[in-house]
Design a binder for this molecule. Structure first.
Ligand code: ATP
Ligand code: MG
Length: 584
């Protein structure tokens, strides 16, 4: 069992990295077209003028954007860039019960932060009057009727995927009666839930969405933009296609769950279509799902409201604001979208790919600094008391332009507890009694003895140093090779900082797909650990969102909770993944 699990893990990992390699190579080469681009190329070849291409990203302002939305943003805005076509940011704000200005603001911020520019910001609510006027024409055409049955009755008449539905007794109301009742709906003469307007299509249609769908319902709610102007609100399907048509969107790209809505999308467009105008085309791609998290706004809202996380931008959240606070860069998220690609079938993307993308970007861009998370004191007994030196350290060996900084060194330093063992085997390349290591950017030291408390825990390590071995000093000893190099901070000069170390928010790969189990049952109780760390003084002036590599530990980013007296860091991602280690 254990061996099978082990082999399975290795096989999965090899498969995963092969896929990764292939996608990176594909990226480097001239990229082949994805299936949406192929559809567009076909339309262009069939006579669609290139200047008619137009796209949109249509979020509902009922929550913060997440990494799944980033896939849609990168796809739509990416098409805009590729074809030099305008892309609208359109708020699909037809449900006043759940929508708020706060969400509108955060969405605009996130799209821009990701690096994209929209052509226009538009709101479906701006089309309420146009939609109403079109509706009146449809009623006059005998293609819509008011139904005042209960929702239960209507559901019973709907049929099933294998059985046809039955007609509502109100289906054959006269046009005059429908116009009068619809006006009463609009004038707030009916209670919420008592009347709806339905499209008169076909109760026996094989596609259930075509069985007289609801176009309008009564909702006596304040709308974040139209206030109390309306008490009838158009349904998503009726609004979406018409908004696309109104804006002359050429390709309306949405996720797979809308595939079965396509017939209805087309039916609605048919009702208002003017052959001199462009007819929008709905096409679908698979949602982006990510392992070890949930990606529905409803569930994310639940985590926020139940205070399981500190907010939408909690660094454990898969929201764009959470990832930003965690230290993710726009480049890494765009690269992730590119490598993960778009698919025609539902799938789950491994979060390790997202982590790979941020490590890859920060490796090139993040300055290196020394920080000790779990300190133990080390005294260099032959280093003069009171002496201090400022050692030269390279900021980023991957980026020569990043230059150098000075790091203070003195007789007493902190190193990581786990970097010292009294006795250890040959594979332990860190510090052990009688052994030597190099201090990063500094000297070679040798461990001579250590002090321990009553529990046997090491409290102080005593070392001697080779004064001729300073890195970069040009002496023979300065290039002497020893097996290990340790990071360290000078106790006298170190700053204290709070470091928040995050782990995955869920212990299950697919927390919301387990039958009979609530996704919250899989919450990881250890998703946050707070550590008091010691950091080198060059970080004193670090600003919120500045990102660093804490050498040998991982990538970290300054959190917004930082004050003038207290630095707070979030761990973006460790250099080595502890989850990989656990399954090895
Ligand atoms: P959720 O289910 O998370 O509430 P939603 O589909 O209701 O998401 P919208 O605000 O309606 O969220 O989404 C805006 C756009 O982003 C839509 O075109 C939608 O298809 C797309 N989108 C939403 N979630 C994903 C995802 N996980 N992957 C790819 N695209 C997505
Ligand atoms: Mg939606």
């Amino acid at each position: 069992m254990c061996l099978r699990f082990f082999c399975g893990c290795i096989a999965k990992k090899i498969q995963y990295f092969c896929k990764l390699l292939v996608s990176i190579i594909m990226n480097e080469e001239k990229k082949s077209l994805n299936f949406i681009e192929q559809i567009i190329e076909e339309d262009l070849a069939n006579g669609l003028p290139k200047e008619k291409l137009r796209f949109r990203f249509p979020p509902e302002p009922n929550g913060y954007l997440h990494i799944g939305h980033a896939a849609s943003i990168c796809l739509n805005f990416g098409l805009g860039l590729k074809y030099n076509a305008p892309v609208n940011l359109r708020f699909d704000d037809t449900n006043p019960a759940k929508e708020e200005q706060e969400y509108v603001d955060s969405i605009m911020y996130d799209v821009q932060w990701l690096g994209f520019k929209w052509d226009k910001v538009l709101y479906s609510s701006d089309y309420f009057q146009q939609l109403y006027d079109w509706t009146i024409a449809i009623i006059k055409d005998g293609k819509a009727y008011v139904d005042d049955q209960s929702s239960e009755q209507m559901a019973l008449q709907k049929g099933t995927p294998t059985e046809p539905g039955t007609d509502s007794p109100n289906r054959n109301r006269s046009v005059e009666e429908n116009l009068e009742l619809f006006l009463k709906m609009k004038n707030s003469e009916f209670e919420e839930g008592s009347h709806v307007l339905r499209a008169k299509i076909d109760m026996k249609h094989v596609n259930m969405h075509m069985r007289d769908p609801i176009m309008y319902r009564v909702l006596k709610k304040h709308h974040h933009r139209t206030g109390n102007d309306w008490c009838i609100y158009p349904m998503y399907d009726w609004t979406h296609g018409e908004s696309d048509y109104f804006e002359q969107i050429s390709h309306s790209i949405c996720t797979l769950e809308f595939k079965s809505h396509r017939d209805l999308y087309d039916w609605y467009v048919d009702q208002v279509y003017d052959p001199n105008l462009l007819r929008p085309k709905q096409r679908e791609f698979a949602r982006r799902n990510l392992s070890y998290t949930v990606m529905s706004k409803r569930k994310l809202l639940q985590l926020v409201e139940e205070k399981i996380v500190t907010g939408w931008d909690d660094p454990r959240m898969p929201t764009i604001s959470g990832l930003r606070r965690r230290g993710y860069t726009p480049e890494s998220l765009r690269n992730f979208s590119e490598i993960a690609g778009i698919a025609k079938r539902d799938n789950v993307t491994d979060v390790a790919l997202l982590e790979f993308c941020i490590k890859d970007h920060l490796n090139k861009t993040a300055p290196r600094v020394m920080t000790v998370l779990n300190p133990v004191k080390l005294v260099i007994t032959n280093y003069p008391e009171g002496k201090e030196e400022w050692l030269t350290a390279e900021n980023n060996q991957e980026d020569k332009r990043a230059g150098y900084r000075e790091v203070p060194f003195s007789r007493e330093i902190y190193i990581e507890q786990e970097d010292f063992q009294e006795e250890a085997n040959k594979k332990f390349f860190r510090l052990k009694l009688g052994g030597e290591v190099r201090l990063k950017n500094g000297y070679i030291i040798k461990a001579e003895s250590c002090l321990k408390d009553e529990n046997g825990e090491v409290t102080e390590i005593h070392c001697t140093y080779d004064k001729d071995s300073l890195s970069g000093s040009g002496t023979e000893a300065s290039t002497r090779k020893v097996k290990g190099t340790l990071h360290w901070v000078s106790i006298k000069h170190a700053l204290k900082a709070e470091v928040r170390v995050y782990d995955r928010l869920f212990t299950h790969e697919a927390p919301d797909s387990q039958k009979d189990k609530d996704f919250k049952e899989f919450l990881n109780p250890d998703s946050l650990t707070i550590i008091d760390a010691f950091i080198e003084p060059s970080l004193k002036e670090a600003k919120v969102l500045d990102r660093f590599q804490f050498q040998r530990l991982g990538y970290f980013c300054v959190d917004k909770d930082t004050t003038s007296t207290k630095l707070v860091f979030n761990r973006t991602v460790p250099l080595r993944d502890s989850w990989t280690k656990m399954s090895e």
